[in-house]
Design a protein around this ligand. Sequence first.
Ligand code: NAP
Ligand code: MG
Length: 510
Amino acid sequence: MISGGSQERRGPAAAGAAPCSSQAGAVGGLDLGGGWGYAPSVESLRPPIRGEYGFFIDGKWRGAAEGKTFASLNPATGQGLAMVGEAGAEEVDLAVAAARRAYEGEWSRMSGGERGKYLFRIARLIQEKALELAVLETMDGGKPIRESRDVDLPLVAAHFFYYAGWADKLGYAFPGRRPRPVGVVGQIIPWNFPLLMLAWKVAPALACGNTVVLKAAETTPLTALHFARICEEAGLPDGVVNILTGAGATGEALVRHPGVDKIAFTGSTEVGKQIAAAVAGSAKRLTLELGGKGANVVFADAPLDQAVEGIVQGIYLNAGQVCCAGSRLLVEESVHDVVVGKLRDRLATLRVGDPLDKNTDVGAINSAAQLAKIRSLVASGVAEGAELFQAPGALPEQGFFFSPGFFTQVTPSHRIAREEIFGPVLSILTFRTPQEAAERANNTCYGLSAGIWTDKGGKMFQLAQQIKAGVIWANTYNKFDPTSPFGGYKESGFGREGGRQGLADYVVLE
Ligand code: NAP
Ligand code: MG
């Protein structure tokens, strides 16, 4: 059953020039009449996007072979932004060879202090170009500018600053041991936090003295290519960072290349399993950051208004296309109706539309394929008997958009309670005791994230110990910091990124 808005409801009211007018006058569910809505406030800065990009190999730009290019779209319009190359076995080979030369040349022998200077330089350049990169991220991937500007880019710079600081202190990270780099690292990243996932991978790898070949995601290659220009500007020695673009086959060629010493992958559990099988039996190291189905647990004694904000932050950040999204809300039965009522009101105030508008809360879905996946899983929820509520208001006519919403009447066996929707749709379940909350939270093949909302510290710690998840937020959600390790249990992968722990997979300890 479906109530509220609908993903099919599209209209000019929310499109293009007036992306936010669909919510005009509605504040906290209160209709204040015409004239109280938000005027469009579209970010005016435009990054210098080239018509065509090649690959960044050995410190030089190399054009793609004839016919081996594809377009990266702006998902908010469906229009092409730039043509990028599709790297094949030859380019992967060249990039790995360049990374090997750079590794065996000066980079692995350089002092940590000197390596750190390059990382600090990169971090400063990212800060200088932060708005330009944020706009590029938003145009290429569809996330709201407020997120790319205020969340992604500050975290990207912070990651480089943080690992720059470790470069000359590795001995302190591993007391009594002699850490040395692993060698040439192949890194494959997804499309939901393109530049941030690059930072999580490149910064610790370089700090430890490794060299890198990175494959950007097919739908969001542009910020990685602009990062390559930052490496040039920072004077990074040739071959230390190589950036390839392409599809799954490019990633697979990198994974299978015999010259790669370690693979670091962030993406879906399905592809992660294929990669694990591909490197099995080789000497390659592997870390996998995969999917999740995070439980956001709300007890009756929690500050409910704050919890509702945390629920919104947990599932509607980046339109729910977040591996650690709080996509399963477990709410104590006695406050179910109150929480659902507050959430329904809050949903009515979310502004969905042009990602470049500074007032937009929920932007575009990353691709037509992802939109189709969301629609199909949501349809399965309706077919299996859950009740769907979606934010009222029309969606833009162009581009890939989906109305944020939530399901009630969900049972643990529903697909929407088990599979990643990876979209702005929450599945709400209930529990009666802390024990049941723990069991339901753990009733998943994933183990990446969870949130707990309660007024009682003891209850918080007790439940946190029982939930099998790599990160557990207490009375908050989706907060990130470079000093804090992030990673999964079970089918969410293995290895940690961030913090001192994030260095461990990039060193060999002697
Ligand atoms: P995906 O399909 O697994 O793709 C991830 C990356 O792998 C992309 O660059 C992709 O290239 C590439 N790839 C595809 N097939 C490959 C193969 N056979 N061998 C090597 N590389 C291959 O995942 P996605 O849809 O982009 O991202 C969403 C998933 O990532 C979600 O499941 C999400 O939970 C997970 N994620 C996890 C974390 C975390 O830290 N745990 C963070 C963010 C996202 P193409 O782009 O060309 O397909
Ligand atoms: Mg794109």
